[in-house]
Design a binder for this molecule. Structure first.
Ligand SMILES: *Cc1c(COP(=O)(O)O)cnc(C)c1O
Length: 425
């Protein structure tokens, strides 16, 4: 695409954008009396205006039906999580029975590790990204110890080559092959939270399986951001949160995917609870756990209706917009951001984009390494009404989402960035 560094160009792109009206379906935080330029959907997505109505419905049922809400009405709470499976499955490229919405991300990661990290003999190792999101690091570290190993002997962290910021696919695959028979699990992000790099999930899964390992992904930054085909890629399991690109509210509910090759196997070890027990006999309160078929068999507790109501509001918007349309816009929008950052002519030497240049290897986030006074530049941007986020030691993450951001906002961001860089040292 031929981009231009002008407001007129940006506005023309917005006029041509078939998704432009989705912006009006969200609330924007106010800074200095106007809508902020919100490029922080990678951390907390905006509130859909429809969310309140979904919450109100459940509050009404609680007020008027109380306990009978579990079974009464068109959308009884007993099966409420099922209302989310189709939409969530479309977002991650799965069959509905392979997906369940429950708990939160780190909880789901532990539940999946209980089933899928089964070290045995010399096959005890886990390959993961070096410098992964801390929750993932802690989860893996403690799972490894739980099985009686030390992180040093069991966890293999992958780091970029000297002088590079992102991992090369060939190096990831090479490492998987090298550890071969010692490898129990490959657990990577779908997208690295820091650099915004999309990993080649299909290739990683294939090579992981070739050496006999299980392959899972943490899709915190991928779900709702890039197209996923978990079923077809033959991924064993995955987890994600819903409050980032999926706009389902702070501390929102989360997702888990279990490939159908495993999901219907009642003998897979797991930590169980009553909500994963066969629905037909759940209320007989009998001894002996019998898992539901599919990913639902990993549920522990009765459904968190309010966070799930928020997630429904958001999934409906994703269905309306369509992941393919969102991705098409996202590539242009992020490409425009990259183009404008490259076009900075004052203080350019201070900035380095560490996100891959290849659009296929990134989602909507561009991470900018700021080589001097990073925190100061970040503060100036925030004061000027741009909401982005800062990751220690010196990275500003900028994430224009295709659902509610515009080309004009990307343009305005670059203008403000220019202004902030004047005199920045
Ligand atoms: C956001 C994020 C988390 C957060 O975990 P919660 O359990 O939702 O608090 C975990 N892992 C990654 C990779 C993330 O990006």
């Amino acid at each position: 695409m031929n981009y231009q560094n002008s407001l007129a160009f940006a506005q023309e792109q917005d006029n041509l954008d078939p998704l432009k009206h989705f912006k009006d379906r969200f609330y924007f935080p106010q800074v200095n009396g106007r809508d902020a330029i919100y490029f922080c959907g990678n951390s907390l997505g905006l509130q859909p205006k429809s969310a309140q109505m979904y919450i109100d419905n459940e509050m009404y049922k609680w007020a008027n039906y109380a306990v009978e809400g579990h079974f009464k009405g068109e959308e009884p709470w007993f099966n409420y999580h099922k209302l989310l499976a189709d939409g969530a499955a479309r977002v991650v490229g799965a069959r509905p029975q392979e997906v369940v919405i429950m708990n939160q991300l780190t909880v789901n990661l532990h539940l999946m590790l209980v089933s899928f990290y089964r070290p045995e003999g010399k096959r005890i190792k886990i390959i993961m990204e070096g410098g992964a999101f801390p929750s993932d690091q802690y989860a893996l570290e403690t799972q490894v110890k739980f099985h009686g190993y030390t992180p040093e002997e069991a966890i293999v962290e992958l780091f970029p080559r000297e002088g590079e910021h992102t991992l090369r696919t060939e190096d990831i695959l090479q490492s998987i092959r090298e550890h071969g028979e010692e490898l129990a699990l490959v657990l990577m992000g779908g997208i690295n939270y820091y650099t915004g790099q999309v990993y080649d999930m299909q290739a990683i899964t294939k090579v992981g399986h070739e050496v006999g390992a299980v392959v899972g992904f943490d899709l915190a930054h991928a779900a709702g951001n890039v197209p996923l085909q978990l079923h077809d890629w033959d991924v064993d399991f995955a987890v994600w949160c819903t409050y980032k690109y999926l706009n389902s509210g702070p501390g929102g509910t989360a997702g888990a995917f279990v490939h159908e090759r495993h999901a219907n196997n009642p003998d897979l070890p797991r930590f169980a609870g009553w909500w994963g027990h066969d629905a037909g006999s759940r209320f007989q309160m009998k001894k002996g756990f019998m898992p539901m078929a599919g990913a639902e068999g990993w549920q522990l507790s009765n459904a968190q209706i309010l966070p799930m109501a928020l997630h429904r509001a958001s999934l409906e918007l994703f269905d309306e917009a369509g992941m393919a349309n969102l991705r098409a816009k996202s590539e242009k929008l992020t490409g425009y951001l990259e183009y404008l950052i490259n076009d900075v002519h004052v203080g350019k030497e201070v900035l380095e984009m560490i996100t891959p240049r290849d659009p296929q290897a990134r989602g909507c986030q561009i991470s900018i390494l700021v080589k001097q006074n990073a925190r100061e530049l970040f503060d100036k941007l925030m004061e000027a009404g741009i909401i982005v986020d800062f990751r220690e030691p010196s990275v500003i993450r900028v994430a224009p989402t295709p659902l509610y951001n515009s080309f004009e906002e990307v343009y305005r961001f670059s203008e403000i960035l220019h202004a902030c860089l004047e005199g920045h040292s």
